[in-house]
Design a protein around this ligand. Structure first.
Ligand code: ADP
Length: 374
């Protein structure tokens, strides 16, 4: 049976049973009340009233039963109409939900349901609309990802095709062509491994080995790794270690990876003769590692967008530096997976500060709470 008749019948059954109970109860109780009333009237009338006792009782009972049946019939009609309207409203929302989910299943992610009201049905409709919105975003991001990947792969592939043709035509020495082909295939390899990491980070499928790390050791490792690049770029790499032993609770390899993305960006986008500074400071329940540069800086829109996949302020410059355009997406995703974050403060022409925060170990947090409450 369809939902509307089922709901209506269940409402109707409740109404009929209630009215029946009311009728039975009224018919059971009425004689006692009527009798009592008639006795009072007979006493008021006096001896002449005694002969009227039977007529009075019958008359009152008939009037009472007639009025009761008429009211019950009216109440039944009103209750049936209300039950029908209430069932119809419920069924209408369910039908809308069903049509909406069918539309979404068919790929119409713009479908929305009317969600006025404060009851559970309106809440259901609002949740449905929110789900449709998220699905629309996921779909848009999927399409954008495919477009971007195709675009990113086209650049090295076109270059590879050019080198192969030049080799074929004998216009390029073989060793020269081999070096160029190797460079392009390495770029493709880097892109595919970055993409695989991005998808794992976004799906929350990153295995983390969280442990207590000394921030000074983390900074020293980054300094050793990037000093040669800084020298090649004629940039001063300065490290400011915390004055006391400062610990974070994080994955060593992933922390180094986030920091590497931030430091290599700072070195890649800053001019020769400038300084890149690495420092760390405890702030409440976390430690902020700051990567400060004197590069071109970023305006408001760029600050928002640099964490998007494949967004580049200057595509040609970024590609020359070997960037795949997903370094900051990975950095922020990894930092968040470890309970931290990556944020940027920057203005055009004044350099940038990337703030990589990580949680401090639980023990230190407890003792910090104790110190602050003391
Ligand atoms: P890429 O591989 O292109 O470096 P990222 O995701 O690491 O990709 O960075 C995205 C973009 O953000 C870069 O292309 C660059 O335009 C901008 N950017 C990143 N770091 C800096 C920085 N320190 N100074 C200025 N611009 C930066």
């Amino acid at each position: 049976m369809r939902l509307l008749p089922r709901l209506f019948l269940s409402h109707a059954l409740v109404v009929v049973l209630t009215v029946l109970a009311l009728l039975v109860l009224a018919e059971l109780l009425a004689p006692t009340f009527i009798q009592h009333h008639v006795d009072q009237m007979v006493n008021l009338i006096g001896p002449a009233g005694r002969s009227l006792r039977g007529d009075l009782s019958r008359g009152m009972r008939n009037t009472f039963t007639g009025a009761l049946l008429l009211s019950a019939a009216f109440a039944l009609v009103v209750a049936f109409i209300t039950a029908f309207l209430a069932s119809q409203r419920l069924v209408r929302t369910i039908r809308q939900l069903s049509a909406g989910s069918q539309a979404i299943a068919a790929g119409e992610y713009q479908k929305r349901l009317p969600d006025h009201g404060t009851d559970e049905l309106a809440e259901l409709a609002r949740n449905f609309n929110r789900m449709a919105e998220v699905l629309a975003q996921v779909e848009a991001s999927r399409v954008a990802l495919i477009t971007n990947v195709a675009h990113e792969l086209r650049t090295p592939l076109t270059a590879l095709q050019g080198y192969a043709e030049a080799l074929n035509d004998g216009v390029m020495p073989a060793n020269h062509a081999a070096t160029s082909i190797l460079r392009e295939t390495r770029a493709m390899e880097r892109l595919t491994s970055d993409l695989s990491l991005v998808s794992r980070v976004e799906a929350g499928r990153i295995e983390l080995h969280l442990q207590d790390l000394d921030v000074s050791t983390v900074l020293t490792a980054a300094e050793e790794r990037f000093q040669p690049l800084a020298e090649r770029r004629d940039i001063t790499l300065k490290i400011e270690r915390p004055s006391t032993k400062t610990l974070v609770h994080a994955d060593q390899e992933r922390t180094a990876q986030v920091l590497a993305n931030l430091v290599s960006n700072a070195l890649n986008y800053s001019p020769a003769g400038s300084t890149v500074m690495l420092s760390a400071l405890p702030e409440g329940g976390e430690v902020a590692i700051l990567v400060r540069d004197q590069g071109p800086g970023l305006d408001e829109e760029q600050r928002e967008r640099i964490f998007e996949r494949f967004y580049r302020v200057d595509a040609s410059r970024s590609r020359l530096g070997g960037g795949t355009g997903v370094g900051l997406t990975i950095a922020r995703g990894l930092a968040r997976a470890m309970g931290g974050d990556v944020q940027v403060t920057s203005e055009p022409n004044t350099g940038s500060v990337f703030r990589f925060s990580l949680p401090i170990p639980e023990r230190s947090r407890t003792s910090l709470r104790r110190t602050s409450s003391a």
